[in-house]
Design a protein around this ligand. Sequence first.
Ligand SMILES: Cc1cc2nc3c(=O)[nH]c(=O)nc-3n(C[C@H](O)[C@H](O)[C@H](O)COP(=O)(O)OP(=O)(O)OC[C@H]3O[C@@H](n4cnc5c(N)ncnc54)[C@H](O)[C@@H]3O)c2cc1C
Length: 407
Amino acid sequence: METTVLVVGGGATGAGVARDLAMRGVDVTLVERGRFAGGTSGRSHGLLHSGARYAVDDPEGAGDCLVENRILKRIAPHCIADTGGYFLRTADDDPDYFERKREACEEVGIETSSVDVEEARRHEPDLAEGVERVLEVPDAVVHPTRLTAANAADAREHGARLLPETEVRDVVRENDRVVGAVVDDGSNERRIDAEHVVNATGAWAGRLGSLAGVEIEMAPTSGVMVAVEFEGLDTVLNRARPAADGDIVVPHDGQVVLGTTSVDVEDPDEFSTDDAEIDRMFEECSTMLSGLDPDRIDRVYWGVRPLYTEDRERYEGRQISRGFYLLDHDARDGVIGLSTIVGGKLTTYRRMAEAVGDHVADRLGVEEPSRTVETPLVGHDDPDRIDEIVREFGASNPADEDVTDRP
Ligand SMILES: Cc1cc2nc3c(=O)[nH]c(=O)nc-3n(C[C@H](O)[C@H](O)[C@H](O)COP(=O)(O)OP(=O)(O)OC[C@H]3O[C@@H](n4cnc5c(N)ncnc54)[C@H](O)[C@@H]3O)c2cc1C
């Protein structure tokens, strides 16, 4: 089989890259070893960041989140619950930090308003007793399985081939050029010839890189999420303090998802987990929300962040934006026809995909620009369609299975 671009990894980023390129008229094939969003995307917390969480320490990254938050609310309303968010200062938190957060949000351009605690409590009656200040921000909830499936289906509508449950076992090189990959769909191994291969395997990027003979040093960290049955929370809750464990509560209908932690892991497929992390989620999140009951846990899951740790100085100039890295293996390693995208967030997947699309289009001499900022994703105008697509792909992931698997 032949394709112009082979995208490896069917998380939000890879599906987004496939869509971006297919919309430019490029012949694309997307391969995913499991089901779509079965990696980190479907095991994330599902917060569509407004940028407020990063405003103090990383205003540039916060600005990226803000822009993407606004775009995704427009192009993917069927994958998002536009709940709004509260940053909460409890009696134990530094009052100066709350003010710094508010000022930093203002500088980035994030709309905030200070809400009187009693007024916030009228809206969210279960806010914990110790909450002293409330800052409203435009955070929202994103359902990653829907988002990834919508991108994959949209790529297909633009001519892309989708190959879920197909693993890349080897990357084929002829001298200094990558010319394709060997894939295995469980019953057959075959070769796919490609002019360009995009490594969008997230936390697994180092492994795919080694198949191609390039070194990509990843530093993945795991985080726990605990989905608990809970009625009546309609707003994302964030703790207004420097990032720590158990800072965020994400509301679903009839559930809340508590998270998260950050623990170094060696292997994104096999890492140890500690039940103490679960207890910590209840302890920390109870400072924001009262009535959380450990007997009402629906599911516990861990995800692995696709963090990249290569010497940043050495590749200065290739860090195209804070938080994610596009590695041009031609310029970096002398290997033609291979690019890697690592880091970033679910919130910024579209921007990452556009950056890869621009880069690959340039290499292929394609002049069509990206159109993903303004073009709504498939199913945006038909709420039933998206879960039909999710079902067609057999995609079910812990981040949003209570939403997508609903009869
Ligand atoms: C605990 C936690 C909480 C998070 N919460 C949030 C949040 O609330 N908001 C937010 O914006 N971001 C969040 N993130 C970050 C976000 O989830 C990730 O940055 C994003 O989902 C990564 O998407 P991706 O497509 O790059 O990677 P993935 O979704 O991991 O996709 C990579 C895919 O590649 C596939 N693959 C690997 N090797 C092969 C191979 N050889 N052949 C074929 N396929 C292969 C994998 O199966 C996987 O599906 C969180 C991350 C974690 C870990």
